[in-house]
Ligand binder design. Structure first.
Ligand code: SF4
Length: 337
């Protein structure tokens, strides 16, 4: 197993085991729950979870070289894992894992620079150990093996991820640092989720009850209702729903397409709204306001129609298959010709 130093642990705390790290620094869970001097770690952990729940990414404390701050940074993550485990709310765990994956992405993006070499080597080993991807610098450019690329890029539908649009040489695909870490986001997030799920259930301590209850209340805000869907959806709509389900950002044009498609298929604003709850920038009031405008319930009373296939194509949101032949709007998908 990869051995990291304190600076790296603070940057990538998900590689650590929560209970053993806390035990190794001489803190017991009981003390964590009851010692007023340690309350700060619970407060920081709650802040980290709330930030993630709101779609944000926890900002590292300044002056990361300070040993004490590094410990705060690591502990706030690990205590957050304990609280999430105790509350057991999957919505919060998923949002937390995604936000922490984004944070790791940011740090990896910096560490994957060719200089200083030691940081690059560590980031490369971390990615190699956790995700079995072999990253190399060749003539100053980052590259990954074609097979590693293909198994991951399959999740992206934008044209730029298509292999024919990439520089490929001697069995390797060339990527920017940003693209390299982006390729791994889903895996990092799944890794963190799996780590939280497989962690041993901590014992509830008296000082944990209040924050855990708060988290359960917080999760209720994101409680998903099932969106009633009838009939098969066209690929562009399926793709938009998948992006939202992964908690990723769907561009404005994609949200417009999805909402107008479902509204024109007879879904109500209330039925559609829960689909957007996983969006990183979700805001209930704004979502309801926009959906009501699109449905014609408010604003000028005009019900918007779904954009044409041509328009969707120009926004890079079209993933046509053979069933799309001859149609010019997603609303005609599945109609007998
Ligand atoms: S052809 Fe039309 S319906 Fe089919 S995926 Fe593209 S935009 Fe959607």
């Amino acid at each position: 197993m990869l051995k990291l130093g304190p600076v790296e642990i603070a940057k990538y705390p998900f590689v650590e085991d929560a209970s053993s790290y806390i035990r190794d620094i001489g803190i017991t869970l009981e003390k964590l729950g009851t010692d007023p001097d340690l309350q700060i770690f619970i407060d920081m952990a709650m802040k980290r979870i709330r930030t993630a729940a709101d779609g944000g990414v926890y900002e590292s404390l300044p002056d990361m070289l300070d040993k004490r701050r590094m410990m705060f940074e690591t502990l706030s993550f690990l205590v957050a894992v304990i609280l999430l485990k105790l509350c057991g709310m999957q919505t919060l765990i998923r949002r937390f894992a995604l936000a922490e994956a984004r944070r790791a992405e940011k740090n990896l993006g910096v560490d994957l620079r060719i200089h200083p070499a030691d940081k690059f080597e560590l980031a490369k080993r971390l990615i190699g150990d956790l995700f079995s991807v072999n990253i190399e610098y060749i003539n100053g450019d980052l590259s990954v093996p074609v097979q590693d690329y293909l198994t991951r890029a399959i999740n992206f539908h934008e044209r730029e991820w298509n292999l024919v649009n990439r520089r490929v040489s001697k069995g390797r695909v060339y990527l920017t640092r940003h693209e390299t870490v982006r390729l791994l986001r889903t895996e990092i997030s799944s890794y963190i989720q799996a780590k939280i799920r497989s962690a041993k259930m901590p014992t509830m301590q008296s000082g944990f009850e209040k924050p855990v209850t708060e988290l359960i209340d917080l999760a209720k805000r994101f409680a998903s209702e099932t969106v009633i869907v009838s009939g098969e959806h066209p690929p562009c709509i399926k793709h938009a729903i998948e992006i939202l389900e992964r908690g990723e950002n769907l561009p404005h044009s994609g949200r417009f397409m999805l909402a107008t498609f479902l509204l024109n298929r007879g879904q109500s604003v209330e039925q559609i709204a829960p689909l957007f709850k996983n969006a990183p920038d979700y805001n209930e009031r704004t979502t309801m306001y926009q959906l009501r405008n699109l449905s014609g319930e408010s604003g000028g009373g005009t019900k918007y129609t779904c954009p044409s296939c041509e328009k969707i194509k120009s926004n890079d949101m079209c993933f046509a298959n053979e069933k799309c032949d001859g149609i010019f709007t997603p609303l005609h998908f599945g109609r007998k010709k």
